[in-house]
Write a protein of this length. Structure first.
Length: 174
């Protein structure tokens, strides 16, 4: 991204456990196949109609870490060189509805080999443009550093790092 590009406001999503829907940042309401609520997070599994790159996604919203861990099920020819995609943000649980606000930073995790932090430029531009408060940006950086450190200490194994924090993730593995 160059400074001349227009930065978007933080992306917000709604996860309605009762209606079994996920409203994306553009306001599109999508059906959810499965929600699983744990004391430490929310699992979401849903198809992604209309997406060329992938046909299904599975995510865990992890409020205490300020992370959303996602596995994308890519269509042939669109595969990526990562196993997990982490979004840094604010994930707010509720009895019937969860809310999320993305804080720009992303981490691509390659199990056993590394993790790449992305979109620092977007975070800085959002602060500069007044779209994100400096203290929220600082918290996002701290969350990202904590995640990369935890991953590094666990051989870049997301499952192992989170299990050590009492979070046993399960995936459909489509």
């Amino acid at each position: 991204m160059t400074r001349g590009d227009i930065i978007h406001p933080p992306k917000r999503e709604t996860f309605d456990l009762v209606a079994r829907t996920n409203t994306d940042p553009k306001g599109i309401v999508r059906a959810v196949d499965e929600y699983v609520v744990q004391p430490w997070g929310l699992y979401v599994a849903r198809p992604t109609p209309g997406r060329v790159q992938f046909h299904y996604l599975e995510s865990w919203l992890l409020p205490s870490l300020g992370l959303r861990a996602t596995v994308f099920h890519y269509n042939p020819g669109h595969e990526r060189d990562h196993d997990y995609y982490l979004d840094v943000g604010e994930y707010t649980p509720g009895p019937q509805v969860w809310q999320s606000q993305d804080h720009y930073l992303d981490i691509e995790v390659r199990t056993g080999s590394g993790a790449d932090l992305a979109d620092v430029d977007e975070l800085l531009d959002a602060v500069s443009d007044g779209l994100l408060a400096p203290e929220i940006a600082q918290q996002a950086v701290q969350r990202a550093v904590h995640a990369v450190d935890g991953l590094a200490r666990n051989g870049y194994d997301l499952q192992r790092w989170l299990a050590g924090n009492g979070m046993e993730l399960r995936w459909r593995g489509l």
